[in-house]
Ligand binder design. Structure first.
Ligand SMILES: Nc1ncnc2c1ncn2[C@@H]1O[C@H](COP(=O)(O)OP(=O)(O)O)[C@@H](O)[C@H]1O
Ligand SMILES: [Mg+2]
Length: 256
């Protein structure tokens, strides 16, 4: 049975935190401070740093998160950065005033809803928005999916068996059946959990800018095509990246 999330809001100075009170008792501002986790010598609370960087960079996706332990849970902190042209000027500043419309609050609430639907996503722990006069900065904390590797990292070293490509297709289908549109469906946002040859589970992560859409075939097919383009791009840019038409057909078989 999936327990209901207990999302609560707390305000501290210029910050607003939305958190799941069933998972975290005291959402302090420190939890969202990457320097605090990195300089974990000054551990005054029960946070400990386990690793400071996510998967290696390949020039696709920016993937910088912080893994830490808090209240006996393994957590992942992500700070929101802008992409594209705006990145060089605004870095991590976003326009807006309504906390509910911020990327962090929207991603956390969407994660919580998907969790309740039983979809394979990381548990939503907390979203933090720091308001300034004309802009905000934001962070998200999710529960770490343990023993996981991104599909992209796996394909850089290993072949992925047909039944796993099938499972990936089944996983994406489960989201599409609930009309969840993943706005950045790529090989870094698919996690395989467990042994590489036979992962127990496939998860989707990174729902920034994602949302529930109407039930239509067109966007679902476009969403799949986007993933295929991402895989082909990796294959073009990364030596030894293993991806073939047969793999893609196996994914589609699972999706059907
Ligand atoms: N809950 C989680 N459990 C395990 N790994 C995670 C989790 N959240 C993020 N990661 C890792 O961090 C990377 C970056 O996180 P993501 O949410 O995709 O942000 P972005 O791509 O916007 O930087 C992911 O590709 C994954 O390797
Ligand atoms: Mg990502």
């Amino acid at each position: 049975m999936v327990l209901a999330n207990q999302l609560k809001i707390t305000k501290q100075a210029d910050s607003t935190i939305l958190y799941d009170a069933s998972l975290i008792a005291k959402p302090t501002l420190q939890l969202f401070d990457s320097d605090y986790h990195i300089n974990s010598d000054n551990q005054q609370n029960n946070s400990t740093l386990r690793a400071s960087m996510a998967a290696p960079k390949t020039g696709i996706g920016r993937a910088q998160v912080i893994y830490f332990d808090h209240e006996n849970l393994k957590m992942v902190l992500k700070h929101y950065y802008r992409g594209g042209l705006m990145a060089s000027i605004f870095k991590d500043k976003y326009l807006g005033f309504d906390v509910e419309k911020t990327r962090a609050f929207k991603e956390l609430r969407l994660l919580a809803k998907m969790q309740q639907l039983g979809l394979p996503v990381p548990e939503a722990i907390a979203a933090h928005v720091e308001k300034h006069l004309f802009f905000y900065r934001a962070d998200l904390i999710t529960r770490e999916i343990e023993n996981a590797q991104t599909l992209a990292d796996v394909l850089m070293k290993h072949t992925v068996d047909t039944d796993i490509w099938n499972k990936i297709g089944v996983c994406i289908k489960s989201f599409h059946q609930y009309n969840v549109y993943h706005s950045d469906l790529n090989a870094r946002n698919i996690l395989l959990v467990g042994g590489l040859q036979e992962p127990d589970n496939v998860y989707l992560i990174d729902f920034d800018n994602s949302y529930f859409r109407s039930d239509a075939e067109s966007w679902k097919l476009a969403n799949l095509e986007r993933l295929k383009r991402s895989l082909l791009k990796f294959k073009k840019n990364v030596d030894g990246f293993i991806f073939s038409d047969t793999n893609w057909s196996a994914l589609l078989d699972g999706y059907k």
